[in-house]
Design a protein around this ligand. Sequence first.
Ligand code: CP
Ligand code: NVA
Length: 303
Amino acid sequence: MKLNVISVQDFGESLEDIIDSAQRLKKGALKNSDPLKGKTLAMIFEKASTRTRVSFEVAMEQLGGHAIFLGTKDIQLGRGETISDTARVLSRMVDCIMYRASKHDMMLELANSATVPVISALDEIEHPCQAVADLMTIKEQKGKLKGLKLAYVGDGNNVCNSLMLGAAMVGMNFVAACPEGYEPNSRLMRQADKLAKKSGGSVKVIEDPGEAATKADVLYTDTWVSMGMEDETHERERIFKPYQLNSGLLKKGKKDCMVLHCLPAHRGLEITDEVMDGPRSFIFDQSENRLHTEKAILLALIH
Ligand code: CP
Ligand code: NVA
């Protein structure tokens, strides 16, 4: 069976199993075996990456397989070869394709043309692998997910969309505080709402960051200027200023409220040094958990 991970929703019922598998891998499961021996992952990057690239490459290596980095400047895709032809060629040689796409449509085209599993490593709509690491980090600290209040403050972007869907799938109470016009994707909000009704969770989008943070178990933020939006930097910094994750906002959360950020962070903008480096921050555990969750995802997709 061919399975793609383009949205968090593609994990379906397996989402919590993948989180649990990542926790076992972190504790040393499969340490002395190479379950992906002889398997190759092609990684196409149309945008920059530190965590995603390194976590997938190290994950493949530690599982006994191999990863090939394909930057668009180096492959024929950057000279006009179609994404569909690229997918067909790679499918003849590798076991899985990971793609960080400039456009969601390109992601869909690659997934439609590939005959091996495709993993989204982010596009402008979602960042599904990030959400798995986020939920793992929360479960690691809190021992559960269901019933927790997860508050996201800032831009309703790709990271927010995937987090919202993932939280809804596992029965969390998700609230996003975003300025008007910067809410999460409306189609995904409707889907998240349906998922939350099934899981016993809830999804809310409001404007007031203070209200979102009140009694939160987890406070999450991401950059105000995602890759490809650099032209809007000045305007966005002005609009998002009241949404900074600082110690005042953190005080509104529960006493043991944890802080997450997918990174890279823009210190002094969406998050202060004090919060990022403070005792409630699990941001670097979250970043390490990318490695463990990529392993669990790869094991679930490549046999
Ligand atoms: N969080 C994340 O995906 O980071 P990179 O852009 O460095 O991969
Ligand atoms: N929202 C950010 C996430 C980076 C990992 C972006 O798309 O640039």
